[in-house]
Design a protein. Structure first.
Length: 255
């Protein structure tokens, strides 16, 4: 299961087109400046949204540039990961968060973009199985951290699709998960989506792109876990299985 909800604002003018079969398609960019709390600047995200059918035609009459918008849908993927594109100028790779929207609601008003002021949120909920055992490690300051690598099955557009997600947990939650979870265990995770950073540490709004062995280029779906709930039985990849339905929430003050 994969469920994504975004509150943001429309960036640029939406484009309405029709397929060869006469199906309406509206596409637009939605931007989000999601608050992180404390003195941290907002995290920036940029989504390319596609909506099909009669809803697209109706939305075209109400959706305007800079309008607040709520989008619910699923992330587009290729082989379980974000798609890779190449810039014409220098052939350098990049990726984009793409949403196949199930519903889009335009809200009256306009948003003035400001990188220092938060507006919007990105809510991500997943049900998947761990593809590897958890490896607990510690930062130089002594904070515990571990990654949950998930295979997420979702039925989208009439097809079964598989996504690969890495969600990171911190502090006491990381220590708890490393003791109680193992490869194969099913979990429910709510997470904050992560964004790539440029050389200056600024958020690009896009998925992280990496170069692997032999120059292979890829992109990843990544996030920080907010809450993790254990599903399934003790023997279902359950580590030491102390509690069949144990759940732990990340204390965001520890991140």
């Amino acid at each position: 299961m994969l469920d994504l909800t975004v509150l943001g604002f429309v960036s640029g003018a939406p484009v309405l087109q029709y397929t060869a079969e006469g199906v309406a398609v509206i596409r637009f960019f939605a931007e989000v400046y999601e608050g992180q709390g404390g003195d941290y600047p907002p995290d920036y995200f940029r989504f390319y949204v596609t909506l099909l059918g009669e809803k697209a035609e109706a939305l075209n009459n109400t959706l305007t540039e800079s309008a607040p918008v709520v989008v619910r849908g699923a992330l587009k993927q290729q082989d379980g990961n974000p798609r890779i594109f190449y810039r014409k100028a220098d052939n350098s790779p990049y990726s984009v968060y793409e949403i196949d929207a199930l519903a889009v609601d335009a809200i009256a008003g306009q948003v003035v973009p400001d990188a220092q002021s938060a507006f919007g949120f990105v809510k991500l909920a997943l049900i998947g199985r761990l593809t590897a055992d958890l490896e607990l490690r510690y930062t130089p300051s002594g904070k515990a951290v571990c990654d949950l690598r998930l295979a997420v099955n979702a039925y989208i557009d009439g097809k079964d699709q598989v996504y690969w997600f890495k969600t990171t947990t911190w502090g006491k939650a990381a220590e708890t998960h490393s003791k109680n979870l193992a490869k194969g265990r099913q979990v429910y995770v709510t997470a904050r989506l992560s964004t790539e950073r440029d050389d200056g540490g600024q958020a690009t709004g896009r998925p992280r792109v990496w170069a692997g062995k032999e120059g292979k280029v890829g992109a990843s779906f990544e996030g920080t876990a907010i809450r993790v709930e254990y599903l399934g039985s003790k023997g279902d990849g359950g580590g030491n299985g102390k509690q069949a339905a144990q759940q732990a929430a990340v204390d965001e003050s520890e991140i």
